[in-house]
Design a binder for this molecule. Structure first.
Ligand SMILES: NC(=O)c1ccc[n+]([C@@H]2O[C@H](COP(=O)([O-])OP(=O)(O)OC[C@H]3O[C@@H](n4cnc5c(N)ncnc54)[C@H](OP(=O)(O)O)[C@@H]3O)[C@@H](O)[C@H]2O)c1
Length: 254
C-alpha cells in the first residue's frame, strides 16, 4: 500500500457505484478519510464495512442544505477538507424533440449546479488552509457529439469551462482545479434500458474490432479512479484548469 493521500480529508460524490465508488476505495487505501456522498445509504454502508476510513453521508446532491451540513460536519469532525471530487452524474436518453425543460433542469441540477454548490461550500476552508484539490468529472460528451444526450453534454461542457475559470480564480490560494473526462467506462451508467452498451454487437464491432477505441475495450472505474487520485494528490503540483481525457484513445480517432 502507498500513502499518496495520507491523512488527507476528501469528499467524493457519487460514491455508491462506478467511478465514485472506485475513487472512494482507492482514496481510503491511500490513507485518506473519505466522506462518501450518494443517495443509496446501503451501498455507502457496504463501503464503510470495507474501510472505516470511509464515512457515509447519504444525501441527494441537489439538496443544498444537506451539502451544507455535510461540509459543516466534516470541518467539525476533521478540521479541514483537502480534496473535493465532484463525480455524481446521470443522463436522460431522449431526442431533442422529445426532451423536456424539466429533464434539462434536473440534469443541470445534479451534474453541474451541485458541483458549483459544493465547491462554493468547500472553497473557504481550502483558502484558509492555502491548500486544496478539486477534481470535477465530466465526459468525452463534452468534446464530441452523440444524439439523445443533449442536456448531459451541455452540463459536461459546462464543467470543463467552469473548472478552467475556477482554476484561475483559486490558484493564488494553492488550490488546483482539474477535470477528468471519461470515455466509455463499464459502470451502471453504461447500462441503458437494461442493456450494457459496452456488450452490444454494435459496440463490439465499431469500438472494439474496428478500434474506434484504439485500446479496443471499455475502461474500468479503477482506471478513472487512478487518474482522479493523481490529480488529487501532491504528485499533481503544476497542473490546473486542465481536462484530462481517460478514454483509451476514443476521442483521437475519426
Ligand atoms: N460510465 C461512463 O461511461 C462515463 C463516461 C463519461 C462520464 N461519466 C461520468 O462519471 C460520473 C460517474 O458515473 P459512473 O459511470 O460511475 O455511473 P454510476 O455507476 O451510475 O454512478 C453514478 C453515481 O452518481 C450518484 N448520483 C446520481 N444522481 C445523484 C444525486 N441526485 N445525488 C447524489 N448522488 C447521485 C449515484 O448514486 P445514487 O444513485 O446512490 O445516488 C452513483 O453513485 C458521472 O458524472 C458520469 O457522467 C461516466
Amino acid at each position: 500500500m502507498s500513502h499518496a493521500l495520507e491523512n488527507r480529508i476528501a469528499i467524493v460524490t457519487g460514491a455508491s457505484s462506478g467511478i465514485g465508488q472506485a475513487t472512494a476505495r482507492r482514496f481510503a487505501a491511500e490513507g485518506a478519510v473519505v466522506i462518501a456522498i450518494a443517495r443509496r445509504a446501503d451501498r455507502l454502508n457496504e463501503l464503510r464495512a470495507e474501510s472505516p476510513r470511509i464515512e457515509p453521508f447519504p444525501c441527494d446532491v441537489t439538496d443544498h442544505a444537506a451539502l451544507e451540513s455535510c461540509v459543516a460536519q466534516t470541518i467539525q469532525r476533521h478540521g479541514r477538507i483537502d480534496v473535493l471530487v465532484n463525480n455524481a452524474g446521470f443522463s436522460f436518453y431522449e431526442r431533442h424533440t422529445e426532451s423536456t425543460l424539466e429533464h434539462w433542469r434536473q440534469t443541470m441540477a445534479v451534474n453541474l449546479e451541485a458541483m458549483y454548490v459544493l465547491a462554493k461550500l468547500v472553497a473557504p476552508h481550502m483558502i484558509a488552509q492555502r491548500y486544496g484539490r478539486i477534481v470535477n468529472v465530466s465526459s468525452t460528451q463534452s468534446i464530441a457529439a452523440e444524439p439523445v444526450v443533449g442536456a448531459y453534454a451541455a452540463t459536461k461542457g459546462g464543467i470543463n469551462a467552469w473548472s478552467r475559470s475556477l482554476a484561475v480564480d483559486l490558484a493564488e490560494y494553492g488550490i488546483l482545479v482539474n477535470v477528468v473526462a471519461p470515455g466509455c467506462i463499464r459502470t451502471e451508467m453504461s447500462i441503458i434500458n437494461g442493456v450494457d452498451e459496452t456488450t452490444t454487437p454494435d459496440f463490439q464491432e465499431w469500438y472494439v474490432r474496428r478500434r474506434k477505441i484504439p485500446l479496443a475495450r471499455p475502461g474500468t472505474s479503477e482506471e478513472v479512479a487512478n487518474t482522479i487520485l493523481f490529480l488529487s494528490g501532491d504528485q499533481c503540483s503544476y497542473i490546473t484548469g486542465q481536462t484530462l481525457v481517460v478514454d483509451g484513445g476514443l476521442s483521437i480517432t475519426f
